[in-house]
Ligand binder design. Structure first.
Ligand code: CA
Ligand code: CA
Ligand code: CA
Ligand code: CA
Length: 249
C-alpha cells in the first residue's frame, strides 16, 4: 500500500479541483498511470450564532456569541460606540473565548458615561482573513432623570400676597428649588428668584406684594427644581391678586 498526504498549504492554499496522477514504475522502466481528481471545498467565513446582549444597566452590558470556523479561527473583535457624539468613543474590544463562546463586557464609563443607543458589531476572522459580521444595538437607560415636581399650587391669596407649595423628588440628589416671581404690571421689573424652603419633600415660598411694588393683578411664579448634575424641571403657575383698594361707593 502506498500513501501520500496532500496539504493545500503546499499548493498556494488553492481550493477547487485538484489532480493527483499515480505513476507506478517497475525496475525496467515500465509503468502504469491512474488519474484521480478531487474537489477541495473553498474556505468558508466563520459562522456567528446566538449573538445577544444581556445584563443591560446604566453601567453597561454584556455581549456574547458563538463562533465556529471550518478551518482555523483567528480572532473575534467587537467595535462598540454610543450613538451620542457618533464614534467619538469607539473601542475595538477583543472578545474573550470560552469554548466556542466569545464575550465582552461594555462599561459605560469607557464611553463617556453615555446613555441611550449603543452599537456593538461583531467581527469574526479566520486565519486566512475571511470574516463574518453581526450588528447589535441596545438602549442604556438614562442614569439620571430630572427632578419631578408634583402638587404645585398657590394658596392663601390676599392683597398682601400668596403662598406657593409643591412636592419635589429626584432619583439622585436634589440640589435646590427656586421660584422666580413677578407681577405682570411693568413686566419683570420686580423679578425675584426666591429660594424655596424645604420641609420633607415639600417646598414653599411666601410672596409678599410689598416686595413687588404692591402690584395687584396677575402674578407669575415659575418653579425650577435642579438636581446635583444640573438637570431640571419647570412648572409655571399664575394667580390673580385682588385690588386691595376699592374706589368709594
Ligand atoms: Ca474559514
Ligand atoms: Ca459616541
Ligand atoms: Ca436626578
Ligand atoms: Ca412687574
Amino acid at each position: 500500500t502506498y500513501t501520500i498526504n496532500v496539504k493545500t498549504s503546499n499548493h498556494k492554499n488553492d481550493s477547487g479541483k485538484y489532480n493527483t496522477h499515480i505513476y507506478a514504475y517497475d525496475s525496467e522502466g515500465k509503468y502504469s498511470i491512474v488519474e484521480l481528481g478531487t474537489e477541495i471545498p473553498e474556505n468558508q467565513a466563520p459562522k456567528i450564532t446566538d449573538a445577544k446582549i444581556t445584563n443591560v444597566s446604566k453601567n453597561g452590558y454584556t455581549v456574547t456569541c458563538k463562533v465556529t470556523d471550518d478551518g482555523s479561527l483567528d480572532r473575534v473583535q467587537m467595535p462598540t460606540w454610543s450613538e451620542n457624539g457618533d464614534q467619538d468613543d469607539l473601542i475595538w474590544y477583543t472578545a474573550t473565548k470560552s469554548g466556542d463562546t466569545y464575550t465582552i463586557n461594555v462599561k459605560t464609563s469607557n464611553h463617556k458615561n453615555d446613555s441611550g443607543k449603543y452599537n456593538t458589531h461583531i467581527y469574526a476572522y479566520d486565519s486566512e482573513g475571511k470574516y463574518s459580521k453581526v450588528e447589535l444595538q441596545t438602549e442604556i437607560p438614562d442614569g439620571n432623570q430630572a427632578p419631578e415636581i408634583t402638587n404645585a399650587k398657590i394658596t392663601n391669596i390676599s392683597k398682601s400676597g400668596y403662598t406657593v407649595t409643591c412636592k419635589v423628588t429626584d432619583d439622585g440628589s436634589l440640589d435646590r428649588v427656586q421660584m422666580p416671581t413677578w407681577s405682570e404690571n411693568g413686566d419683570q421689573d420686580d423679578l425675584i428668584w426666591y429660594t424655596a424652603t424645604k420641609s420633607g419633600d415639600t417646598y414653599t415660598i411666601n410672596v409678599k406684594t410689598s416686595n413687588h411694588n404692591n402690584d395687584t393683578g396677575k402674578y407669575n411664579t415659575h418653579i425650577y427644581a435642579y438636581d446635583s448634575e444640573g438637570k431640571y424641571s419647570v412648572v409655571e403657575l399664575q394667580t390673580e391678586i385682588p385690588d386691595g383698594n376699592q374706589a368709594p361707593e
